[in-house]
Design a protein around this ligand. Sequence first.
Ligand SMILES: O=P(O)(O)O[C@@H]1C[C@H](O)[C@@H](CO)O1
Ligand SMILES: O=c1cc[nH]c(=O)[nH]1
Length: 319
Amino acid sequence: MAQYPLFRHPSDNEPEESRGKWKDGPVELKNPHIQKMDEDVLYHLALSNKSHDLKEMFHDVKFVCFGGSPTRMQKFVAFMAKELQFKIPAGMTLQNISHGSDRYVLYKVGPVLSVSHGMGIPSLSIVFHEVLKLLHHAGCTDVKMFRLGTSGGLALDPGTVVISEAAVDGLLRPYMEIATLGMILQHPAFLDKELNEELHAIADDLGFTSVIGKTMCTYDFYEGQARLDGAFCDFNEEDKMSFLKRIHDRGIKNIEMESLCFAAMAYRARVKSAVLCCTIIDRLKGDQITASHETLEEWQERPQKIISRYIQKQLGMIK
Ligand SMILES: O=P(O)(O)O[C@@H]1C[C@H](O)[C@@H](CO)O1
Ligand SMILES: O=c1cc[nH]c(=O)[nH]1
């Protein structure tokens, strides 16, 4: 097999005390090429810094909330509009700003952006690049980003909200690896402890069961998450259970498919972020998701309600 040189991202060499630290301020792009471009086309969002006045449209954004499904993010923005007491004329709905592209949806209400990211790291990575560039072109400052998702839990009652203390890959490594110019670059995925604790306290106030713990992020829903019910499977029930128990013993609370990229990209941009996923199944008890649509909806709303409360607190609307 070819041996690729393996590099770690420079931030890996940072002194211990500045690791995992974020700074408030403008959203900066660590890419010198962007400044030299006449126009920056955010292709998958159907926006550009030439054809749109991104400053006018987005300068006040402080909270960017992501989730896999377009409908979830549409419902979330409608919910936020109510929570933030935005008056939307009768019969009107908030418009998908990225309607010119049917890859992702992007909604805005006041300082909140609601964005869908699709499934898996490649899909999230594309929209994350473009959202960071949008925030930069718009001159946004002191932004926080949240992933409001679903996951498979380990020894947790379904409906539990897991707040990711760290994201790891399927080999328990806290890096997102990207093959770049024929090399593997490893981008560390730190998450903010203080922000997590604040969100945990809010979850408690709202009466939701929640835990702070490690999240395993995989590249696949079936074999990658030790499921026996995919179209292929080369392992047995015993192998599966031994893997799930082993990762549970190593502190993994849930498994999903985006946290590693989310945490790594937000940290690389030094934007504070948190990942909150409700569990929709206990993976120590099964593979198939059998909860009713209504129950799944209610569970999915839990991370949204926690973030809504957090945003209202940040805006001084509630204590
Ligand atoms: O945020 P969502 O619920 O879309 O994320 C999880 C991880 C995968 O994208 C998907 C698999 O069902 O659900
Ligand atoms: O088991 C699950 C449930 C939701 N999302 C996942 O990635 N896995």
